[in-house]
Design a protein around this ligand. Sequence first.
Ligand code: FE
Ligand code: FE
Ligand code: ZN
Length: 283
Amino acid sequence: MLIIGSHVGYKKDTGLVGSVKEALSYNANTFMFYTGAPQNTIRSEIDSNNVKEALALMKENNIDKDKVIVHAPYIINLANGDKDKFVFSCRFLSEELKRVTKLEMKYLVLHPGSHVGKGEEIGLDNIVKALNQVLDQDEGEVMILLETMAGKGSELGKTIEELAFIINNVKKKERLGVCLDTCHLHDAGYDMTKFSSFLDDFDKIIGLDKIKCLHLNDSKNILGSHKDRHENIGKGMIGLETLLDIAANKKLEDIPKILETPYIDGKAPYKEEIELIRKNLSK
Ligand code: FE
Ligand code: FE
Ligand code: ZN
């Protein structure tokens, strides 16, 4: 069965229960959320009663909690070696891992980081150093999913090889996985019409078992543009047919597919897009 949802809100007053309800309103059977605003570090205390209620609501509605995804905020940048930023990013990531554990979720998606002009090698080394530091001190089991990036600005994680370098150099490899993002891959230069050969390459370099999440997005820009601007399903440069093929790929059958497409006239498009994908795949 197709496991599909979108990113949903997480508000202080309604917590995880509110997120589940939003996902259900889109007829989704999974979802992704940030534990607060993605652009800032203001985080409210997690209420365990709210989590309990949310987990019960998920069970009732056949949402597998082990497929639900948490996304770390953008302000974590493990690639920037400047002492203050590095310490801040590591500390925030450690706290985020604890929050995900409290929420009883398994996966935290993370943008690997931007080297901000310091060079790719230094940036990648900083990411490795940070992940080793954070994971060495973390007793939990949450898996950090490194997201494939568009290569906008000085973003790292724009190639399979960069992600492989990070994973290969982190001691607790079992705590690392990958989140594919179709818009980012396309913008990074991977032709999504050749997705199965992309997966073959990925399997050789990293291993398919590391893929735990897929962000299903169209892209506003051409292949290799390095822009990272998401488009609604079927309205961009990747196109409906290719996105449907990816959603239906047997090798990723058990992987949650998450829409991060833009709102249309201030309204979430997820209910319609989920329906569009389901309808076409059941043909
Ligand atoms: Fe992301
Ligand atoms: Fe994404
Ligand atoms: Zn993006």
